[in-house]
Structures are given as structure tokens and as C-alpha cells.
Design a protein around this ligand. Sequence first.
Ligand code: GAR
Length: 193
Amino acid sequence: MTINIVIFASGNGTNAENIVRHFAGSDTVKVAAMFTGNPRAGVIERMSRYGVPCRIFSREQWNDPTDIVNELHRLETRLIVLAGFLSVVKKEIIDAVGGNIINIHPSLLPRHGGKGMWGMHVHRAVLEAGDTESGITIHYVTEEIDGGAILCQRRCPVMPGDTPESLAQRVHQLEYDALPGVIATLADTMQAS
Ligand code: GAR
């Protein structure tokens, strides 16, 4: 049985594209749709290139997520993957997939997590703190921002002379390498249970 996943994304969508490319033709995982709250997000164009249906929900719909939950059920969603998704996720959405919802964060949590810590803000904070290493964290999503159980972390060095952009590039590479594998492992576990 195929495990349907739905990607939530707000921005450029390079991780979302990497996931779609990785599972193209897979018997195990199908990217059923991408949900966003940002009608100008680059991820919409990226998903459209691969024929992945995109749904844009309003701020009101994210705050009272009845429509979103209904759509998740209609798509028989087993797993939600947050790939650069910037809004807080309501409990109703987490419950709709029985807690099977994961996020990728571009630092070694608990360092540089929490409110306001996303994308370039995180890389700037890492450099300002003088950290000698950074990395990624893939974790379950709970109502607490960046607070759920950690599934996977990968590390990379912070190089002398790094800018937020050069560090972001190194961290993105870790994300592309790690996230599809975590999704595949979770999907295999779901299939076996
Ligand atoms: C990724 O680096 C992801 O870890 C980060 O946003 C970027 C999205 O890039 N997510 C967060 O900061 C969440 N707190 P993408 O749109 O190119 O995949």
C-alpha cells in the first residue's frame, strides 16, 4: 500500500522539489499534494512542474483548520512533511494524521530554535554566536515550536569567512541528503504496522 504524504511549505521549495524527485516512481511513497499559505511562494511553481497538486489556504483557514483537515482526510494523508513551512501548526492538523508530522530545521536543535528562527535568521544567529558547527534537525511536530522528538541530526562545520548564504548552502545539502531517507524509513514502518 502506498503511503500518501502532504508537504507543507511557505517559500522557495527546494526541499519539497528534492522530495518529489526522490519519490518519483516510488511504490511506497506518493506526494499527494502541497499545502501553503503563501500564494507567491516559489514552491507552487516547482510543484506544478511535477504535476503535484497545490492548495493555497488563507490565514483564517490555517487558524481554524477544518477545511485543511477535511482535505488531508480526502487525500488519505498518512504523513505531513514541513519543508520550509513558517506558520504554527494547529493541534487539529497534528491529530488528523495521528501525530505523523515532521519538520526540518536548519540548525542543531535545541540551538537556534523557537519563534522567529527560520531560514536565514537561523544561519545569521549561528554566525553571530560564533558556533564552530551547525547542521540540521528532523523532528516530530508538536504544538511547541521546534519542540518535538528528534528523529535525525546531521552536522557540518562553520568555516572561517562563512556568510549566512554560504552556510545555508552547506546546510541545505545536508537537508537534501537526509530528509528523503527519514521519510522512507517512516513510510516503511507505517507499511509494516
Ligand atoms: C530550509 O533550510 C528549512 O530547514 C528551513 O527553511 C528552509 C527552506 O528552504 N526551515 C525552517 O527554518 C523552519 N524553522 P526551501 O524552501 O528551499 O526548502
